[in-house]
Each structure stands twice: as C-alpha cells, then as structure tokens.
Design a protein around this ligand. Structure first.
Ligand code: ADP
Length: 260
C-alpha cells in the first residue's frame, strides 16, 4: 500500500469514530421544528444592557428567514448564540431537541460543521485558488483525498464557478468570492446556512445572483437564515421576516417586509 492510500485508510478509520460524534452533535430532527429559542437573554460580561432580551421563536425544516434590524439590535448576537460562540445568560436554545449550551467541547466542531456561516467580507484565503479554498475546509477535518476529489468539483459546480476553479480568489469579483465562501460553507452538507450580510459588499446584479443561489440551496433542504440591511431584497423575497430592535423581536411575519 503506498503512502497516500495508507493515509486515506487511517483517515477512514478516524472518520468512523467522527461519524459517531457527528451523529450525537448533529442537527437532524424527526420533528418539523429544528431550532427553538426559549426565553433567551444574553448579557455580555463587559456590557450593562442585554444584547438579547427574553427572545422566543422557532425555526422549522425548509424555512428561508430574514433577520433585520438596526445596528446594535442584536442580530450578530443571535447568530453567535446559534453557532455556539456565545452562551445564553438565560433561557435555552434547542437544536433538534438538544440544548446546545450543553454540547461538550469535543462535540462542538461536529455541531459547527452542520451550521455553515458566510460573511460580508468572505473570509477566503486570497493567494489560494477557488479549488484550494473549498478543499481546505475538508482538509482541516481530515477528509480523505478521495473524498476531496469527489466533493469539491461538485460543490464548485453547484455554486456556478466551474470555469473559475483554478483562479486565485483575490482575482475574483465580489459576487464570485461570495460564491466561493458559500461553496466552502456547504462542504459538510449543513442543515442550516447562516448568511451574515452576504450582499453588503456587492453590486445589485451580484446581490441577486447570490440571493438566487441561497434560494437554490434552500430548495435542496438547507434552512437559510439571512441577516441583512437590504430592504429591497427582503421586500422582494416575500418570506418570513424577523425584525429585531433593542434585543427584542418586534415582529415576526410569514411573508414579511422590511419594517423598522
Ligand atoms: P447587531 O448585529 O444587530 O448590530 P449586536 O448583536 O452586535 O447587534 O449587538 C447588540 C448589543 O450587544 C449592542 O449593544 C452591542 O454593543 C452589544 N455587544 C455586542 N457584542 C458585544 C461584546 N462582545 N461585548 C459587549 N457588548 C457587546
């Protein structure tokens, strides 16, 4: 057996163990409700006001939700609570029935793989190609070479970048960069994709291309949570809109508009 095959074999064995952890920390739910915020409050240790104050809402399978609100309203705090970067000061967040503040340290990486996050500033490796950026997300999780070779081209195709696969990401347009970051967020088949102001740096045409891509991903079964300031996008989507102000939900509408 050559070195590469031996490495792949060891990684495969590791994967079986990891799969057990992933199943424990995963967010598969038999229920329609996948995420439940139950009377959640968050006060930062250095802050004197509650960033999130007694917030309750549910998210179900298949939803595409916009979260809107002025700067300082608490949107980023909500996101950081969901990704387990912060813990609630009060209340509970259940994901697939499990209180995520009780996840063990070793379970956190597996949980986070099931929650993809993309940002306004892309957070890519600029001197690496599109392929390398996406492959890197798998390499750091000890994916086998065979798995990387199989998955990466498929995901790059899904986000429409097959013709740019060997371009350095620093040479891409803003819209293309956001596609790479979406591809990277999708490598672990997340159940939830959080998009934190994903179109904040994009022109109107690229903005709509990214929103359409998020829709496509949503149709394939991933919950999309879109935090945005873009009134036109939110009003056109005609999907659920949660409006946040001073740490509280001030409206939650099924086919909402951007109202503050
Ligand atoms: P948004 O994303 O809507 O702009 P944030 O969640 O960032 O809102 O902020 C909500 C409130 O929490 C603000 O008053 C902000 O100053 C405060 N806050 C956010 N992050 C921290 C932090 N790490 N430490 C202390 N206070 C914070």
């Amino acid at each position: 057996m050559n070195d590469i095959n031996l490495k792949d074999k060891n990684k495969k064995e590791l994967k079986i163990e990891e799969q057990k952890e992933e199943d424990k920390a995963g967010i598969d739910s038999a229920d329609d409700i996948v995420i439940e915020f139950q009377n959640v409050s968050k006060k930062y240790s250095c802050g004197d006001v509650e960033a999130i104050s007694n917030v309750s809402f549910n998210i179900s399978i298949g939803e595409f939700i916009s979260i809107v609100g002025p700067s300082g309203a608490g949107k980023s705090t909500l996101i950081r609570l969901l990704t387990c970067e912060e813990k609630p000061s009060e209340g509970k967040i259940l994901v697939a029935g499990r209180d995520i503040s009780k996840l063990k340290k070793r379970e956190l990486p597996f949980y986070r793989r099931k929650v993809g996050v993309i940002f306004q500033d892309f957070k890519l490796l600029p001197k690496k190609t599109v392929y390398e950026n996406v492959a890197f997300a798998l390499e750091v999780c000890d994916a086998t070479n065979a798995e990387i070779k199989e998955k990466v081209p498929k995901i790059i195709d899904l986000v429409g970048l097959t013709n740019r696969v060997f371009a350095l990401t620093e040479e891409l347009s803003g819209g293309e960069k956001q596609r790479v970051s979406i591809a990277r967020a999708l490598v672990h088949n997340p159940k939830l994709l959080i998009a934190d102001e994903p179109t904040g740096n994009l022109d109107p045409v690229s903005t709509w291309e990214i929103i359409e891509l998020l829709f496509k991903i949503n149709k394939q079964g991933t919950i999309v949570l879109l935090a945005t300031h873009d009134k036109e996008v939110v009003d056109t989507l005609e999907r659920r809109v949660i409006s946040v102000k001073n740490g509280k939900i001030v409206s939650d509408q099924k086919k909402g508009k951007y109202i503050l």
